[in-house]
Design a protein around this ligand. Structure first.
Ligand code: G1P
Ligand code: ZN
Length: 540
């Protein structure tokens, strides 16, 4: 039986950079999740006969949320839902299932790299038929629906057993619980030379993969240790836990400090890697060599042809605006396309669908390709492994060779997390109002050549996305970018991105290389004043 439940709009259900993300307690409020799910379903065309993919990163509230979505999908008229066993699907695996099964779309339950547990964060995101995050016109329609909603529909049925693989009926909806890893592993086998990587491990190559007690554990164990023969125990924190073991499942140098220390120690394995809560981010550290995500994108692009899935070469690269221009140098030299898009994976979808680009990346540890429509943490690790297996060099040697050929884009990001929202917006507004005065300003040897608020013109669908970050572009190619995070759940987070190119000197510490830019950023933006902070909370 289908119930019609009366409800009223709940304030502030606006999806951000990656869906709706709030504290778990917010999601636990009566009707909160159901309102958003109905607003999503109401934004879609006919669901009759359609397939939906459903899964999450296993965080606290995942199972409850899956049951609600299943019952609402039955009420909405979907014919079939594919759900990962235990409610688990990594974000890239969900993207793959949507594509492979020609699903109408999918619902991914995750707050990515944000902490989990009863006091942590939860999130929900709708992906469309190409497997990628819903474009703005869909998320705008969802948000509009949340403001007028008066009822939702839900099947009055018992919970589905999520732990057993198999098919069952839920009020006329066919629910298929499937192994979350199988289809993803098959896709990886198509893209990469598993035999070459197997031989690499058989030859003594060592890896440590930190799954951060999040969703990639089962994937990494099956693929790295199972299929590729990495030593048992290579995958650590491989069991997904609802609170991620109390850790912040964000694979950066702050939250993977132990992994970094290991990589810099005499006992370092050949490769250290990690992924985040929902499996779409990656961290790559060779023995004695951290690879910034921006450099990683450039290096993967320059070497992708060494993997079978990309042997014909890549059509182009897309990077988010704040990501360093290291990839641009590869694109220019190889004569392939390069696109600069706003922050957020959804902007890559059209470029990938139109085959204008093959690889995409963001400075925030996101790298991916046309194999799915999300960034993909384990994919990045496997592409690195394939390149290492073919080149028979260390990560350090590959990075050094890359800089020698293309030069180095020194790069760092400074985050001021959870600062007061109003002054953070004032900081940005003030810069925006002053763009004309900033242009041409000199600071010692540096001069601002261009100052703008980044706007992106999507050449595929003609849409324009404005206010994507304040850019100060210097005469010598250096860059400062200011933007506010769209994924935080309390207060505001200011992100400051700093970049300087050097064609010859590669040995500097990144913070020292951009020290003059840090001072300029403070001078023009009065960061200390507006954030009431003396220093950033995270430097990556
Ligand atoms: C952050 C990253 C961005 C990424 C997003 C989702 O968004 O900066 O690159 O796409 O998480 O993983 P932000 O908080 O900056 O809006
Ligand atoms: Zn993520």
């Amino acid at each position: 039986m289908i119930l019609t439940v009366a409800t009223t709009p709940i304030a502030d259900q606006k999806p951000g950079t990656s869906g709706l993300r709030k504290k778990v307690q917010v999601f636990q409020q009566a009707h909160y999740l159901a309102n958003f799910v109905q607003a999503t379903f109401d934004a879609l065309e006919s669901k009759t006969g359609q397939t939906l993919v459903l899964g999450g990163d296993g965080r606290y509230f995942n199972r409850e949320a899956i049951q609600i979505v299943l019952k609402m999908a039955a009420a909405a008229g979907f014919a079939r839902v594919l759900v990962g066993q235990g409610g688990i699907l990594s974000t890239p695996a969900a993207s793959n299932l949507i594509r492979q099964n020609k699903a109408m779309g999918g619902i991914v339950l995750s707050a990515s790299h944000n902490p989990g547990g009863p006091d942590g964060d939860f999130g929900i995101k709708y992906n469309v038929g190409n497997g990628g995050p819903a474009p703005e016109k869909v998320t705008d329609a969802i948000f509009a629906n949340t403001k007028t909603i008066r009822r939702y529909f839900i099947a009055d049925a018992p919970d589905v057993n999520l732990d057993a693989v198999g098919t069952s009926d839920l009020a006329g909806l066919k629910v298929e619980v499937l192994n979350p890893v199988a289809a993803y592993e098959a896709l990886m086998r198509q893209l990469f030379d598993f035999d070459a990587i197997k031989a690499l491990f058989a030859g003594g190559f060592t890896i440590r993969f930190d799954a951060m007690s999040a969703v990639t554990g089962p994937y990494a164990k099956a693929i790295l240790e199972g299929a590729l023969g990495a030593r048992q125990g290579s995958v650590v924190h491989g069991q997904p836990l609802p609170d991620f073991g109390g850790h912040h499942p964000d694979p950066n140098l702050v939250h993977c400090a132990d992994l970094y220390a290991l990589a810099m120690s005499p006992e370092a394995p050949d490769l250290c890697a990690a992924s985040d809560g929902d499996g779409d981010r990656n961290l790559i550290i060779g023995r004695g060599q951290f690879v910034t995500p921006s450099d990683s994108l450039a290096i993967l692009a320059a070497n992708a042809h060494l993997a079978p899935g990309y042997k014909a070469g890549i059509t182009g690269i897309a990077r988010s605006m704040p990501t360093s221009a290291a990839a641009d140098r590869v694109a220019h030299k190889r004569g392939i396309n390069i696109f600069e898009t706003p922050t957020g994976w959804k902007y890559f979808g059209n470029l990938l669908d139109a085959n204008l680009v093959t690889l995409c990346g963001e400075e925030s540890a996101g790298t991916g390709s046309n194999h799915v429509r999300e960034k993909d943490g384990l994919w990045a690790v496997l592409l690195w492994l394939n390149i290492l297996a073919v080149r028979k060099q260390s990560v350090q040697q590959i990075v050094a060779a890359h800089w020698a050929e293309f030069g180095r884009n020194y790069y760092t990001r400074h985050d001021y997390e959870e600062v007061a929202s109003a002054p953070a917006h004032e900081l940005i507004d003030r810069l925006r109002d002053n763009l004309a005065n900033l242009k041409g300003r000199k600071f010692g040897m540096q001069e601002i050549a261009e100052a703008d608020d980044f706007a992106y013109h999507d050449t595929v669908d003609g849409s324009i996305s404005r206010h994507q970050g304040i850019r100060l572009l210097f005469k010598d190619g250096a860059r400062i970018v200011f933007r506010l995070s769209g994924t935080g759940t309390s207060g505001a987070t200011l992100r400051l991105y700093l970049e300087r190119y050097d064609a010859k000197n590669f040995g500097l510490d990144a913070q020292i290389a951009v020290a003059d830019l840090i001072a300029i950023a403070e001078e023009v933006a009065m960061i200390r004043h507006y954030t009431s902070r003396d220093q950033p909370s995270v430097i990556t």
